[in-house]
Design a protein around this ligand. Sequence first.
Ligand code: KIV
Ligand code: ZN
Length: 515
Amino acid sequence: MPDDVVRIFDTTLRDGEQAPGIALTKAEKVEIAEQLARLRVDVLEAGFPISSEGEFEAVREIATSVRGPVIAALARVTTGDIERAAEALKGAERWRIHTFISTSQIHMQDMLRMSHQQVIDAIREGVTLAASYTDDVEFSAQDATRTELDFLLECFRVAVEAGATTINVPDTVGYAMPHEFGELVSTVRERAPEHVVVSTHCHNDLGLAVANSLAGIVNGARQVEVAVNGIGERAGNCSLEEVAMIVRTRGQALGVRHGLNTREIVRTSRLVAMTTGYSVQPNKAVVGASAFAHESGIHQHGVLANRATYEIMDPLEIGLEGNRIVLGTHSGRHAFADALDKLGIRLDPEHLDRAFARFKELADRKIQLTDQDLQAIVSEEIGGGEEDLFVLESVVVGGGTHLEPRATVHLRRGDEVVEESAMGDGLIDAVMGAIQRATGTPATLVSFNVSSVTGGSDALGDVVVQLAVDGRRVTGRGVATDVVEASARAYLAAINRALQAPPAGSKRTTEAWPS
Ligand code: KIV
Ligand code: ZN
């Protein structure tokens, strides 16, 4: 690759998915992976296969079906992890094993209980094994920024000698300052052989993930690890869209470019927000709803005269087009599939049928549907499991007094229809209580988020809930023209998910080192 190209390594489906409360289904993971391929990320980290059976299956599915990016999977530097990663990845066109171990004193002593020599030996053995499966091996020194420099350089030297072709410098706890991180990357770059790519992986605990990644680029890093909307452990990872547009807008100042199709940025951001339930703050750089809004009269006047007076990026460059009306009440299945195709969304026949049926229901109530409505409908549908145990037939509100709202739900389970009612503090609370009764599933509402998909009084309401069910966090999403119905759908989707097998999440590996 030319020396001025920085590779974009996307970890939305691995580190991003480790954000609290996110648990994507396999279908959602594949959908996001396909969108990342359309965005043309260079490397797509699909997951951590050893962490669970569901995670393994999701990585395998992505490896066999998604074309374009190099597909990567995470593995500790242990035999079991590396074999599992190789097994999950082997159907991919091009694949990478990303193997790691902690190298800081605090992690080695208190978490791994390993000596310096044991860590060095583990790196040598692990990377050698990974390199026996593929010649594309990345090694990460977890907590690199709090690692003693000479030891860190020794770890990287051993990893490269054993076959690593990318060495990654994670600021795992988001502690580094840009000037410190830049200096560290510069030292690692100087010591590494030329063919080895130096990478950054920055967390955002102090809000410095993007700044640190840029400092890395300026000092020779040619891979940045990022996540869509900056999601990830704790305060998250370096945000993909920010790095993408900084490099696109200020590439000359940085001396680098990337190969992303930035026109897919908005769509990717929306898909990830919808499926994860992590909505984007309105003033978020690049993808926030207000990022291109001009409120003051002076700014509006300037932009009307010449967009560049107050805009440094063209909204079209990130795919922020007007919300186009794509379908109406009479549109048929063919037009529906065609509209999805134009949005770059391809569904398997079963999900297409379900999404079309849902579209028809909504089209009866909303005369015109836009591309954002379609994306919302699809994301609600693919969020559903293979076989939802309960299906919402109807929600009837009223019957209680003004102060004691009441709701009745009808849920279908196989051939049977269950009816239950409940009172609540408000209609939404009542509906949730009725669903708990009908499904016989006690749940605690952890978070509730409502937004509208588009503007206008007939806009679809978009509700994302997070529930704690039997010690497990599950999310659900519902869209409807009525916000009570959207809430019922979201709540039931979460309950259905809790009643299914554990999702394809990566949160079940709790040991930093297998004992
Ligand atoms: O933050 C971190 O150190 C990681 C590594 C596994 C790369 O996510
Ligand atoms: Zn990380």
